[in-house]
Design a protein around this ligand. Structure first.
Ligand SMILES: *[C@@H]1O[C@H](CO)[C@@H](O)[C@H](O)[C@H]1NC(C)=O
Ligand SMILES: *[C@@H]1O[C@H](CO)[C@@H](O)[C@H](O)[C@H]1NC(C)=O
Length: 142
């Protein structure tokens, strides 16, 4: 039988893991509305090499070309997340799984152009990791 404290530890672990990784991917993922991808949809690189992503999924979605339906097939979820750029699913990856600093002095959404600017990376990582997709390089919340 498990002790009370190890049960509590497991509960916290499960909460942390699910906060980061169990976002169900749906056809509406990373979209501002049904026909428009959000800017956080393709703002990341594929983890898997792009050639193998393109062998599994058709080209990255654009404003007019919809996402490959295979990208939201639950059986292919792990591949889709490794091909997040090709699938337009960046916002579902661990890099986007945290929030911004709630008292950020910076308006994160208005300043996304600085997310990948080398002279601003430290500041954006500190205050706007969720908006910038810098969660996995910032000190983790869990
Ligand atoms: C992606 O952008 C949409 C629309 O701005 C927003 O609702 C959503 O929370 C963002 N997702 C992440 C993980 O930043
Ligand atoms: C941040 O900027 C966005 C986009 O320019 C704007 O819509 C929003 O109201 C601003 N938020 C604050 C708190 O100023």
């Amino acid at each position: 039988m498990m002790s009370r404290s190890s049960t509590a530890f497991l509960a916290i672990l499960v909460i942390c893991l699910s906060a980061g990784f169990s976002n169900a991917i749906t056809p509406g993922s990373c979209k501002a509305n049904p026909s428009t991808l959000d800017r956080n949809a393709t703002n990341c690189a594929d983890e898997r090499d792009s050639a193998s992503c393109k062998a599994i999924f058709s080209a990255a979605p654009t404003a007019t070309e919809p996402r490959d339906p295979k990208c939201t097939d639950p059986n292919l979820e792990d591949f889709a997340l490794e091909c997040a750029n090709t699938c337009g699913l960046c916002c579902e990856t661990a890099a986007y799984s945290c929030g911004d600093d709630p008292v950020s002095p910076i308006n994160c959404t208005a300043n996304t152009r600085y997310c990948r600017d080398a002279s601003w990376t430290t500041v954006m990582q500190q205050y706007c990791p969720g908006t910038c997709g810098l969660c996995t390089s910032a000190s983790a919340a869990c």
